[in-house]
Design a protein around this ligand. Structure first.
Ligand code: SF4
Length: 731
């Protein structure tokens, strides 16, 4: 019987989880003749840190012998407060996934054929080390790039920094949060962080712009969101789709996709021209208000109504409500902000400026400053000086804070400014994570070495020369995990169960490679626990307490001005920069600018994508336990539009994009909950890798339809909502 969502969520403390987990536990090894686990048992709890998404909640993993039976939230960890999201609970399904990588693999067929032979660790690591030596001699160490996601990548960054490259491209920057981080850095001198430093629980007014909290299931944020809703906070949701969050809102604004900056500018117009901003705060902490006030005059609600399709009076009224709740009024900065390319940084700047006018930065119910805890480093030799990353050309994307993943791909293709010949890929399925797949596939074929380190054989593994099976987070130590929240501190990721087969932890793999490359001095420890103990000692943290509780917290410090926090800003002026001299000097508009998106071609729909609560994109779609909650994707389309197309709810279609790329068959969800000019799907479905025996062939892959991007000229983000699809009915 499939599990209902409500029933599943109760599993964190329930017995059914034990039964399901036990079933999965037995499937790892048919030979392991374990007795039936008593469904009522709690087993023995080990504290560790979740890695199913980047939020890094503290968990208590319950084990019987060496078998994991359930996972619950660590009540001592401030990011979980004893609760987890469904993915955290369902990670039992990852530990016992029968498709796990369990042996090092060496490619024997052409790249992409997914043909490998199993080899020993010694053979796999020696092969990689020899190739790395070869690349260093032929092209220099900078010819190797790392594409990464997740905290376990720190071991490989350390290894490759010691090797001599600085080419580290996380798709999470240019393809996701980059425009937001850059905009907030430019405005406040620091970004909203990860997890975001939002005091949602105390907000009296919360505005969500395309952020679908509840479907975007980040544990603490959703707990705080539930508190705000329960307190009756004024919730305004801007989304072309009636999301779960919109269903809790007082006002849903079904905006025309791509026109959000126009709405934000009109809100700023109302708040400034009607003098509803926090005057004392703005005078004390901001610079450039006069320039802003002058520039904003033209952006009336009537002007924005024509752009957004919203009612001018509703724009005016919502602006007044937002200002009326200040300073406990929060315009959520979002996370995935690479939408339309042309004005993404400007849109995020408008959000930042709006928050500044509301005085929410530093105030309860707005943005807080984490109390912080300093962690010492275990000394290792200085890294050799590396060439600057190869991702950008002269003058391109001058405000990028990190190397651009798609820029490293381009350097792989054209050898400029210097050749990239080797890729390490850690924890990211580049086939789905990067837009313009053809480019990725061409770049892969041009490589002399492709190493994939992962726990499951996703599509990218099928192209690797060497696949290294990593222990999942429940089976390994990682470096100390800092907690930057109201209560700050440090958490420990430690093994709960042994890894399957020959899978090894990332720290071991990196250290072994380091030794083969003559970089042993960078790993001055024999086992990782010795390293962690040393780091704790240098940081004044009691390791035994950390291992027992999973977390050690720093003494409380004020995190909002109401509690005594002094506001400082790390901008050049030391103020919140409403008008950005930095942008002006670089030739960009110093104030947010709206660019109308390209219109939707006749007969097409704009392709929108997002998250679902039970999944972290493609990372979890093979999880059979989470599959009980959602095992497929459906494409949302407006019910009236579907009827006009002769498509009933549940009909099977293929999406065909503007370049003729056709998706796998997928069912439609015909619903009034979405505008008629767009369709929506969840990112991460539509796997084709044959090793993902559960996920393969389920749903369609939105990423393959993203054959076009518009690049944000400020920071290089790839706007991906510039693709359009038609629907072809399947027999
Ligand atoms: S939000 Fe969920 S998946 Fe992410 S770290 Fe927390 S429990 Fe794990």
């Amino acid at each position: 019987m499939p599990l209902s969502r409500r029933r599943f969520l109760s599993l964190g403390a329930g017995t059914l989880a034990t039964a399901v987990a036990a079933k999965l536990a037995f499937s790892r090894s048919a030979a392991a003749a374990h007795p039936t686990i008593d469904p009522g048992t709690d087993g023995h709890a080990v504290s560790t840190v979740c890695e199913v998404c980047f939020w890094k909640c503290g968990v208590e993993a319950h084990v019987v012998g060496d078998r994991l039976i359930k996972i619950r939230g660590n009540p001592r960890h401030p990011l979980s407060n004893g609760k987890l999201c469904p993915r955290g609970v369902g990670a039992v399904g990852l530990a016992y996934d029968p498709d796990r990588l369990v042996k090092p693999l060496l490619r024997v067929g052409p790249r992409g054929s997914e043909e490998f032979k199993a080899v020993s660790w010694d053979e796999a690591l020696s092969y990689i080390a020899n190739k790395l030596e070869d690349l260093r001699k032929k092209y220099g160490p900078e010819s190797v790039a790392l594409f990464n996601h997740g905290s376990g990548a720190s071991w490989f960054k350390h290894l490759l920094s010691a090797y001599g490259t600085a080419n580290f491209g996380a798709p999470s920057f240019a393809q996701c949060r980059g425009p937001r981080d850059v905009a907030f850095e430019l405005t406040f001198g620091s970004d909203p962080g990860s997890p975001e430093i939002l005091d949602i629980g105390h907000s009296d007014c919360l505005v969500l712009i395309g952020s679908h909290l509840g479907e975007n299931m980040h544990n603490t944020q959703v707990q705080d969101f539930a508190d705000a809703v329960a307190r009756g906070a004024d919730l305004i949701v801007v989304d072309p789709r009636f999301s779960t969050a919109a269903s809790k809102a007082k006002t849903w604004l079904p905006i025309r996709p791509g026109t959000d900056t126009a709405l934000l500018l009109a809100w700023i117009h109302v708040i400034v021209t009607e003098q509803r901003y926090q005057r004392a705060y703005v005078e004390k902490y901001t610079s450039g208000f006069d320039e802003l006030a002058k520039a904003i005059v033209e952006y009336t609600p009537e002007w924005a109504a024509a752009e957004t399709g919203l009612d001018a009076e509703v724009i005016r009224a919502t602006a007044r409500r937002i200002a009326g709740a200040a300073p406990a009024s929060l315009v959520h900065p979002g996370r995935h902000a690479s939408w339309y390319g042309a004005d993404d940084t400007h849109r995020s700047r408008a959000i930042a400026i709006l928050n500044a006018l509301l005085g929410s930065w530093g105030h309860r119910g707005g943005f807080f400053r984490p109390s912080g805890m300093k962690l010492a480093k275990v000394p290792t030799p200085a890294y050799p000086k590396a060439k600057p990353p190869a991702d950008r050309r002269e003058g391109e994307a001058p405000f990028a804070l990190e190397p651009l993943a798609q820029g490293l791909r381009r350097a792989t293709l054209d050898g400029q400014p210097y050749p990239i010949k080797g890729w390490f890929v850690y924890g990211t399925n580049l086939i789905q994570a990067l837009p313009q797949r053809e480019e990725t596939l061409k770049a892969i074929q041009a490589l002399e070495l492709l190493v994939v380190v992962d726990v499951l054989p996703a599509e990218i593994a099928g192209y690797a020369d060497v696949v290294l099976p990593e222990a999942a987070y429940l089976e390994r130590f990682d470096d100390l995990v800092p907690i930057a929240w109201h209560k700050s501190g440090v958490a420990l990721r430690q093994p709960v169960i042994p890894p399957p087969g020959e899978a090894k932890p990332g720290w071991w793999i990196a250290r072994e490679l380091g030794q083969r490359l003559g970089l042993g001095a960078y790993f001055p420890w024999t086992d990782v626990e010795g390293y962690l103990k040393e780091r704790c000692k240098l940081s004044g943290i009691d390791y035994a307490t950390l291992a027992r509780d999973g977390v050690v917290l720093a003494p409380d410090k004020p995190t909002v001005v109401e509690d005594g926090l002094a506001l400082t800003f790390a901008t050049e002026s030391g103020k919140i920069e409403l008008y950005s001299e930095k942008l002006a000097k670089a030739g960009f508009s110093p104030l947010p600018k709206y660019e109308r998106p390209d219109g939707v071609p006749a007969g097409y729909f704009r392709l929108l994508y997002g998250r679902a609560p039970a999944h972290t994109f493609g990372r979890t779609t093979n999880n059979r336990l989470l599959g009980e909650l959602a095992h497929n994707d459906r494409v949302w389309i407006n019910a009236k539009v579907a009827k006009d197309l002769g498509l009933a709810d549940g009909a099977t279609v293929r999406l065909v994009n503007q370049d003729g790329i056709k998706s796998a068959p997928v069912q439609i969800k015909a619903t009034e909950r979405i505008r008629g000019d767009c369709v929506y799907m969840v990112h991460g479905w539509g796997h084709t890798a044959k090793g993902l025996r559960y996920a393969k062939g389920r749903g369609a892959d939105d990423a393959e339809l993203v054959s076009r991007v518009k690049v944000d000229p400020v920071m290089g983000g790839t706007g991906m909502r510039v693709n359009f699809v038609t629907l072809q009915k399947e027999a």
